[in-house]
Design a protein around this ligand. Structure first.
Ligand code: EPU
Length: 337
């Protein structure tokens, strides 16, 4: 394990923001993680653990240590009649895990195809798409506690999962390093096709015998059409969350905007942030090298040399505009540093 100094983080965040980390290390194993933490001196703190760097926006140099988790490995721990339990190292690329599961015919995460980032970021963000959330397939998360220096296992009920959040992002942010996750997948997959246009897309593609493999293919198709590839255009997926509104707010808004789309998630009423941003006229707009994506306005773009501050300024402008027009405050999904 090597600690480097004054390293550009441009290759390590999908927004492609060029800031420096005072200290930087790539950690390939649990041993590396342990060694890294025992080498920490006060000037090397704070520590930021990065997975795929697909949910961060850097607005300035990071004056502590940035560590990238690079551990690899997918192991079948056990199985029974219905389920298979996979242990996955935190540094695995999430979509490689989805591909592996689908190739083996194990269901549960096919709807989470093509989400950028690492497996270890799954529980932090409670990643979600097309009607499935990470918490639905999780069996356990294995972590190192950087305070007590002990290893611990979290079951889903301990993770305080919420919409794009968990204990690892909120109450205990920075306390635990995720070493691996264990997923519980179905040997007899149950297809989840009710979200948005999935069924319609399958019909359009002429697919009758729907399998997890065809679901993965269709989702990759939808995502490639709507969401920009970070390798081509810097972005961090949805920059904002879809706001949850109260029943009173709903009544007020639907009277003023009868065409406002909404969807229910449990008791909560959500409004698509994409619609709110579009109504405020930001869809496809560009301000220098910072912009709003032309197909999915929840996504902010770095067209080349935008700074993190420019992206953040655009985000604040959008938040202000949505607040003024609709009285709704958009929350950020991306972590700002
Ligand atoms: N919409 C517009 N204008 C647009 C695009 C969308 O008004 O230009 C409205 C439409 O009413 C559409 C609705 O927004 O029906 C929802 O759009 P979409 O299905 O694209 O999904 P989303 O709610 O905007 C969420 C996640 C995505 C995830 C998709 C698919 C959040 C913050 N985002 O987006 O996750 O891929 O659903 O499940 O929950 C991410 O977290 O980084 C991410 C990309």
């Amino acid at each position: 394990m090597q600690v480097l100094e004054n390293i550009s983080l441009k290759p390590y965040n999908t927004f492609g923001i060029d800031v420096k980390a005072r200290y930087f290390a790539e950690l390939y194993s649990d041993n590396d993680i342990a060694e890294f933490y025992s080498s920490l001196t006060p000037e090397r703190i704070p520590v930021l653990i990065l997975g795929g760097g697909s949910n961060v926006l850097f607005t300035k140099d990071f004056e502590g240590s940035v560590a990238c988790i690079r551990s690899k490995g997918i192991v079948k721990l056990m199985d029974d009649e219905q389920h298979v339990y996979l242990k996955i190292a935190a540094g695995e690329v999430w979509d490689d895990v989805v591909k592996y599961a689908v190739e083996h015919g194990w269901g549960g995460i096919e709807n989470l195809s093509m989400i950028p980032g690492s497996a270890g970021a799954g529980p932090v963000q409670n990643i979600g798409a097309y009607g499935v959330e990470f918490k639905d397939v999780l069996y356990s998360v294995e972590v190192a506690d950087v305070i007590s220096r002990h290893y611990r296992s979290f079951r889903p009920a301990d993770c305080e999962f919420g919409y794009r959040g968990s204990i690892f992002k909120t109450r205990e942010k920075n306390r635990f390093v995720i070493n691996s996750i264990c997923l519980k997948l179905d040997k007899q997959p149950v297809l989840k096709l009710d979200y948005g246009d999935i069924r319609k897309e399958l019909v359009n593609a002429g697919i009758r015998d729907v399998t997890i493999s065809s679901v993965r293919d269709i989702i990759i198709k939808i995502r490639s059409r709507k969401l920009p590839d970070p390798a081509i255009m810097g972005n961090a997926g949805s920059f904002f969350m879809n706001p949850v509104i109260s029943a009173d707010e709903y009544d007020r808004l639907i009277t003023a905007y009868p065409l406002m789309p909404t969807f229910r998630s449990g008791e909560a009423i959500k409004v698509p942030g994409a619609w709110l941003i579009e109504q405020c006229g930001f869809k496809g707009k560009r301000f220098g090298d910072a912009g709003v994506h032309e197909h999915q306005p929840l996504v902010l773009i770095n067209y080349g040399n935008a700074t993190g501050e420019e992206i953040l300024a655009l985000a604040e402008k959008i938040i202000k505009s949505v607040k003024k027009k609709f009285g709704i405050t958009l929350g950020k999904e991306v972590n700002i540093f």
